[in-house]
Each structure stands twice: as C-alpha cells, then as structure tokens.
Design a protein around this ligand. Structure first.
Ligand SMILES: Cc1ncc(COP(=O)(O)OP(=O)(O)O)c(N)n1
Ligand SMILES: Cc1ncsc1CCOP(=O)(O)O
Ligand SMILES: [Mg+2]
Length: 558
C-alpha cells in the first residue's frame, strides 16, 4: 500500500465627575462649543479640539477618535512588577492609553529595592509639560513622588493643565517594606496632594503613616481612618485592608464623604503580589478615563486585580519574597500545545459520546484516560445533552487527565464551556458558532477545528483563523444522524484545496483507517473516531489496536 503524504510525516506521537472643591473645575470640553454634533461625539467617546468644534459648527467632518488617556507620574521599577511598568501594563490591559512621567529610577527586584535615583524636579516638570500640553490627558495617577519639589512641580502642572481626575496612590512604603518617599514629604502629601486627589488609595501602612502612626487592626479602625483621611481633602478614600491580620477575605473600605462601602474579595494565596497597589490605582484611573463613576471604577479595578492574581498565582519569577503577576491574564493558560498547534496532534483523534460510555457504565474521565493510554493523540468532548455545569466540571476533570500526557482536549460546539473550563480549544461545525467569532472569543492560542465538506468551506475556515479541518463523513455512520458522506474523493479534494491540516471522520474503523490515510495529501494528518473506540467494552484495547495499525503503516511507508 502506498502510504505517502501523511504517512511520511513524523506524526506518531502519543460619572461623570463632580466639581472638585479645591481646584479649578476641569471639564473635558469647553461649554461654549457645545452643539448636537459635539454631544454626539462625546457620547461616542470621540473628542474634538476647539478648532475642530468650530469646524464641526460649520458642518465639516473633522471628528477624531480619542483614546481614554491616563498619565502616570511614578517611579520606574527595573523588575517591572510595580511602578511605571505596572501602570503601563494595567492601562494596556484595560484598553486605555498610558503616558508616563518618571519621577525616579529604582534598582529593584523581587527581593527589594537596591537603589533609588531621583529624577531632577526640573526634568519632571519638563516631562509633565510635554505630555499635558499636547496629549489630552483624562486622568492623572500618581505613584512614587520622592521629593517635595516633585510634589510641588506636579501641583503647578495640574493647575496649568487641569485634568478630569487625579488618583493618588500614596507610595511611601513598597510592598517589600522599603521606604520609597522621604518622610518630609508626608506633610506635603497631607497639605497639598490629598487636597487635589479625587481618590487616594493607601494600604494599611500608608494609612497609618499618613495618620501619624494610627493603629489599624479592624475594619472599624479602617472606617475611622477613611473618614480622617477624607477630612484632609480627597473626594474619596479607599483604605486597602489586604494586610489586615486574621481576616478570611480581603476587605477594603471605600468612603466618599457620605457613604461607606466595605468591598470584600477572596484572598488569593500567592507570593506574586508585587505591584498590586500601583496596578489597582492605575486601573481605577483607567476606568475613570473610560467614564466610570468612582465607586464603579474601584469595583472594576478590584475585580481585575483579583483575577490577575488568581491567574498568576503559580508564576515563578525571581528568588525574593514577592514576585510580579501577569497583567494580561495569560500565564494560567496551560494549553498542551503551548499555542503551537502543528496538526500532527490529529493522528488519532478520539471523539467522546456520552451515550456509548453510559452504556458501558463508564465515567467520561475513565473513557478519556483509557483512550489516551491506548494512544489517542487528541480528545474531543462531544456531549450533546450535557447540562452546562456538569459539562464544565467534566471538562475540567478531563483536562487534568490530558495535560500530563500533553494531549490537547477540545470541546465540541460549546465555546462557553471551553472558556469556562480553560480547555485547549473547540471543534465547530457549519451551523455552530462561526470560527471567526470563536477565534475572537477564545484568543490566538486556543485550537479551533471546523467541519468542512467542500473546498469553499475549507477556504473560509482558513480565512476565519481555524487550526484544522475535520472532513467527513467519509463513510456512512450511525453516530451522527443525517450526515451526508463525502467519500474518499471528497476528502481528497478538500485536503488538496486546503492550507490547513485535515483529519478524516465518519465511519472510520480498524479495517478502513489505513485506506483513508493512504489517499495521499500531506495535510491529511489523521483519523477521528467515535464508535470504533467508545462503543466497545475496552476503550484502551480498541484505541491501542488502531494506534498500532496506523503506526505500523507509517513505519512501513518510511
Ligand atoms: C474532528 C471532528 N470533525 C467533524 C466533527 C463534526 O462537527 P459538526 O459538524 O459540528 O457536528 P457535531 O459533532 O457537532 O454533531 C467533529 N465533531 N469533530
Ligand atoms: C461527529 C461526526 N461528524 C461527521 S461524522 C461524525 C460521527 C463519526 O462517528 P463514528 O466514528 O462513530 O463514525
Ligand atoms: Mg457541531
């Protein structure tokens, strides 16, 4: 038998802001230029300069899209877990433009702060002017302000170039315990910076320092502290209670001068908390820049930080006590393909069927494990009648089985289940979620397979960003009702026209699998089977039989 193409491949593998009390009200657009077009533009998040507003009055189409914009005034962290670097990542993750004014350069890592080099205040002023005079900043977020002169320079700049809101993260003590701001700044913080803050976000140590050493041991202490801080000028206060001893969940206290809100979140057990303060404040700034009210911005920011911590809890970076986390929520994703699907994984594709497993009283996890031990190189959970919650649980359990073997696990039809279980990908048919939409929802690293019977469908799958094609039914099958067959010719036609790897499906068993693979096109990478392995008593036995036949044929062909 001529087993060319596939067989020669090496694939065998197992609010709006209220006017500020203490400084000039900054409105985003000059009131005198209001017109219906301007209002429309504002509603659409489109900003117009004064000249453009004038032009808009004359009916000229000169609108520009404006990105929400946060300017961070903070220190650089060479380890990139906190400071300017964390602010940039946080704003990027929240879809907001972030410009930077660097106040100090620190030599820093997961162990601590080894050195601080303060940027001359004239140069901080120059950076501020460069950005604020030109780039339509919505919100300023402050971090490390290491000298009184720099605080003064910032105040001057904000008087000259008012912005919509100021978020003050009073960085005095870094999470590793190193003092980052001179104690003499304290008075200035109290007198000046807090006055112009729309929100100040101190942790317990910073709250205590700002309040002259006040002891903070309970949530009631935090409420009292929030009120005291509020009396110093900021419109809102968020006292962060992450370090509060003996609390099961993390409690932050928000006070806007009228109401208190206790914001609870689960404690994430992780060493990777370096930069959480900077990130939270930047996220609040980002959400304000997008138009959120203060309380919503705080809630959204908290949820984002919790999620990022949860995603990053197992990252190992650096030898110190506190590591950074991944702002883009990616590192948790543990795709067995590592985002590099080659197609060789399709060699022996086992597609589950709950009816068949129930008949043999076989839990899905057992069926999946047996298929892998028999040599299946990829698994698809095809559960047409499963309840959503049960499906997610089963998928998670099966992923735990698949990943040690580096076998990808895909979900049939259900993008929601794939997302909720963090499965390796999905398989969709012509009447399911379009592959293009699945790709947007799942992101670039997940595997997407599409069922195709025609050249046109195969071309569309490629355009839509699919990773492989499932072509069939090759032979008649009772597993899928009303499924027309394409035969070996149809399979070959799709393979030859397709740029994607293909797996054949439909009525494939031990007696015809070699014939199917033998048709030649190099992108025909394997066979997908349901009943051949799952309709029998021994899944491991049937899979092994098929795997050795296919392997033998490949070896013979080479
Ligand atoms: C590998 C593989 N190929 C084709 C299919 C069929 O998908 P679809 O056409 O969406 O039909 P259902 O499986 O959803 O009934 C598949 N599942 N796997
Ligand atoms: C899901 C599917 N898509 C095309 S044919 C088919 C069923 C294949 O099942 P079997 O391997 O038992 O013929
Ligand atoms: Mg389908």
């Amino acid at each position: 038998m001529a087993c060319s193409g596939l067989l020669s491949n090496s694939f065998i593998a197992n609010k709006c802001f209220r006017p500020r009390r203490h400084h000039k009200l900054a409105v985003p657009y000059p009131r005198s230029f209001s017109s219906s077009r301007v209002h429309l533009a504002q509603n659409l998040g489109i900003s117009m300069s004064m000249e453009e507003n004038g032009a808009a009055k004359q009916g000229l189409d000169v609108s520009r899209k404006k990105l929400p914009h946060v300017l961070t005034v903070a220190g650089s962290d060479s380890g990139a877990g906190a400071g300017i670097q964390a602010d940039l990542k946080a704003c990027a993750a929240r879809g907001v433009y972030c410009s930077t004014v660097i106040t100090a350069v620190t030599a820093q890592n997961t162990v601590g702060v080894q050195g601080v080099n303060i940027v001359p205040d004239e140069f901080v002023a120059q950076q501020l002017k460069s950005v604020l005079s030109d780039m339509e900043v919505d919100v300023v977020k402050t971090g490390m302000l290491p000298s009184i002169e720099i605080v003064r320079v910032l105040q001057q700049s904000l008087k000259e170039f008012p912005v919509r809101a100021v978020v003050v993260d009073p960085v005095m003590v870094s999470t590793s315990g190193d003092v980052l701001a001179d104690p003499s700044i304290l008075a200035r913080f109290r007198e000046e910076l807090l006055m112009m803050a729309d929100i100040v976000t101190p942790n317990l140590k910073e709250t205590s320092t700002l309040l002259g050493g006040m002891r903070l041991e309970t949530v009631d202490d935090m409420r009292r502290a929030a009120k005291l801080l509020h009396s110093m000028g900021p419109r809102s206060v968020l006292v962060k209670g992450g370090d509060l001893p003996e609390s099961f969940d993390a409690v932050d206290v928000f006070f806007d001068g009228e109401e208190y809100h206790e914001l609870h979140s689960p404690r994430v057990k992780t060493r990777n908390t370096h930069g959480t303060g900077c990130t939270l404040a930047s996220c609040i700034a980002a959400e304000l820049a997008k138009g959120s009210s203060m309380l919503s911005a705080v809630k959204l920011a908290k949820r984002y930080v919790e999620t990022a911590l949860e995603y990053s809890k197992d990252i190992i970076l650096g030898n110190g006590a506190q590591g950074p986390f991944d702002h883009f929520l990616r590192l948790k994703h543990n795709t067995s393909t590592g985002g590099t699907f080659s197609g060789n994984e399709l060699f022996l594709y086992a597609v589950t069927d709950s009816g068949m497993n129930e008949k043999w009283e076989r839990p899905m996890e057992v069926a999946v494990k047996e298929a892998i031990e028999g040599g299946a190189t990829i698994i698809q959970l095809r559960e047409k009648d499963a309840e959503t919650r049960k499906f997610i649980e089963t998928a998670k359990a099966c992923l735990k089985i698949c990943h040690p073997y580096k076998v990808p696990l895909l979900i049939n039809d259900r993008i929601d289940v794939a997302l909720a279980s963090d499965a390796d990908g999905v398989h969709v048919g012509q009447s399911d979620m379009p592959a293009r939409v699945a790709r947007i929802l799942l992101g670039p690293d997940k595997v997407i397979g599409v069922s195709c019977k025609t050249v046109e469908q195969a071309h569309q799958a490629w355009l839509d960003g699919a990773d492989y094609i499932g072509c069939g039914g090759v032979y008649p099958t009772s597993t899928k009702a009303n499924n027309s067959t394409v035969g070996l010719d149809g399979l070959k036609t799709v393979c030859l026209a397709s740029k994607l790897p293909v797996v054949a499906i439909g009525g494939i068993n031990a007696s015809n699998a070699i014939t199917v693979l033998g048709i030649g096109p190099p992108n025909l990478k394997g066979v997908a089977v349901v009943s051949t392995v799952f309709a029998r008593s021994s899944v491991v036995g049937e899979t092994r039989k098929l795997h050795s036949m296919l392997t033998e044929a490949v070896l013979k062909a080479n």
